[in-house]
Design a protein around this ligand. Structure first.
Ligand code: ZN
Length: 157
């Protein structure tokens, strides 16, 4: 789906749904804010014979750029642990969920980003809940062996 957003100088920017809410700089030097998707659809949609409405939801939707940020944030989880069932599950679920949400063009970019942040945060929270004790063990130097009274007793026997 393509849109044309005009700059006050007359230059027209060809943008996609994924650019909604971002800022571009025109060749004239003006910063140009690409409006959110509902506004783009309403005002700047290029009139093309193959209107997306006719094709319905089967229209392949491009993944917005911000989605990759969350995919990476989720993907780091299994990378940190070099695999493992739980981290891989969390990472993949989070990444897939964020991509799916980021493609919901009916929702505003802000709410999609907020939802993706929640998903990524939840994945990290779950991951840390499971791995925090292990992480602490891994980060700390091995504790000095303390005299164990139980051992002494058995040794004396
Ligand atoms: Zn311009």
């Amino acid at each position: 789906m393509n849109f044309e957003v005009p700059c006050p100088c007359g230059h027209k920017f060809a943008v996609t749904a994924g650019d909604a809410g971002t800022e571009v700089r025109c060749s004239c030097g003006r910063p140009l804010v690409i409006p959110d998707l509902p506004v783009l659809r309403e005002r700047y949609q290029r009139t093309e014979p193959d209107a997306p409405a006719a094709r319905g939801d089967l229209d392949p939707v491009s993944t917005p750029r911000f989605a990759w940020m969350f995919v990476i944030a989720c993907g780091i989880i299994p990378m940190l642990t070099v695999g493992g069932l739980i981290p891989t599950f969390l990472g993949v679920t989070g990444a897939v969920g964020c991509v799916a949400i980021s493609r919901k063009e009916a929702w505003s970019v802000v709410s999609r980003v907020a939802l993706c942040t929640c998903i990524t945060g939840a994945c990290w929270a779950l991951f840390l809940a499971v791995y925090y004790p292990l992480l602490l063990l891994w980060l700390q130097p091995p504790p000095k062996p303390r005299p164990n009274p139980a051992l002494h007793r058995t040794a004396i026997k």
